[in-house]
Ligand binder design. Structure first.
Ligand code: OGA
Ligand code: NI
Length: 363
């Protein structure tokens, strides 16, 4: 991605890599802010143009998950073929009837609001030091290397293979364990359907990726109201590491997906999940299912929270294209194998930049 805005001189004395940085939440609340500090301002060349093409609600694929687990072979075959089409055409789809209770989703939003409401000092306890630490909270993406900051605070917690959770607020661990357990159950079913949609055995992905010890990270993103939303970015265009990402948001839109050469706005459907295919599904499927660029924009009215569960292989698994999908001259392997944890470390310690992570493993 291209250049960033010049940082105005009066901001240069602050050494942001010393990590004495306030959250955007604190910044947004600190005064009656009428303009954003210049180190939050993007040029259009860094963030892609802000021109958005609204998408009709019915054009993003919707998958009814209950039909996948219904036991009716015809219904199942239909959903599997819908999944193939959704993964190929969009790389993003909505899932309804996913089995995660509404009450658990609501409890997570309430708990996360309380987490972000902790004092800066309390949150600093969970800051983490290394990009692979099991609990990390902070601002922007990687504040020690970001040249321009994103209008976003985050909490990242590893929930599998070992479960972690911040010790505050009280009761967080129960709520997180229930929610992440329910989502994991749903994604397990989805992985079976996706394996089949690639012409593989239903259990293929779970076996090949050693999903018993899969790395699953829950990220909560908080985007406070921003006085100049057209200049700031919540999250820049990127694809996700891992196999599948499961996102839900608090009724406030902001996610945009790159589809058909345009940025399209995805309106939230209450209680539905938005699922997208990640870089490691692209590698495993030898490029049949491509990971897709998406970004988060901000608004000047309401705080947006998104909850994102990333579903990755086991950290020590070397991810490479499935053998069954690599045959003959026309289907040579398009990616080299790389351990998931090595990929993750590279991506998380760099500036978040489009699909640059995948370029390192493309043949
Ligand atoms: C992510 C992401 C988008 C959003 O966390 O990877 O793309 O809408 N989030 O918060
Ligand atoms: Ni993402």
């Amino acid at each position: 991605m291209a250049t960033v805005c010049e940082v105005a001189p009066h901001h240069q004395e602050a050494n942001f890599s010393q990590l004495k940085i306030a959250s955007v939440k604190a910044l947004a609340e600190s005064s009656i802010l009428t303009s954003i500090p210049s180190h939050y301002a993007f040029t259009t060349s860094t963030s892609g143009d802000h021109v958005v093409h609204p998408v009709h609600d019915d054009s993003i694929p919707v998958i009814d998950f209950s039909l996948l687990s219904s036991g009716n072979p015809d219904q199942r075959a239909k959903v599997v073929s819908d999944l193939a089409k959704a993964c190929q055409d969009w790389g993003f789809f909505m899932v309804i009837n996913h089995g995660v209770p509404e009450s658990q989703m609501k409890a997570m939003f309430d708990m996360l609001t309380r987490f972000f409401d902790l004092t800066e000092e309390e949150k600093r306890e969970f800051e983490g030091k290394h990009v692979l630490d099991p609990i990390r909270c902070g601002t922007s993406f990687n504040a020690s290397v970001d040249k321009v900051f994103f209008w976003r605070d985050y909490l990242k917690v590893r929930v599998h293979p070992k479960f972690y959770c911040p010790t505050k607020p009280e009761g967080f661990s129960e709520v997180l364990a229930e929610y992440s357990g329910a989502v994991q159950k749903f994604v397990r079913g989805l992985r079976k359907g996706i394996s089949e949609s690639l012409g593989l055995e239903p259990g293929y992905i779970d076996e090949a990726m050693n999903m018993d010890s899969s790395l699953q990270i829950l990220t909560a993103n908080l985007y406070p109201p921003c006085p100049q939303p057209e200049l700031a970015m919540g999250m820049p265009p990127h694809s996700d590491h891992g196999l599948l990402t499961i996102l839900t948001q608090n009724g406030i839109g902001g996610l945009q997906v790159h589809h058909g050469g345009k940025w399209v706005k995805i309106d939230p459907i209450p209680n539905a999940f938005l699922v997208n295919t990640g870089d490691h599904l692209e590698i495993l499927s030898n490029g049949i299912y491509k990971s897709v660029l998406h970004r988060a924009v901000v608004n000047n009215k309401a705080t947006r929270i998104s909850i994102v569960l990333s579903n990755g292989p086991s950290p020590d698994t070397v991810v490479m294209p499935a053998e069954q999908l690599v045959h003959g001259e026309n289907n040579r392997a398009m990616y080299i194998g790389m351990k998931y944890k090595d990929y993750l470390e590279l991506q998380q310690s760099s500036v978040l930049d489009g699909k640059s992570g995948l370029d390192r493993v493309k043949i």
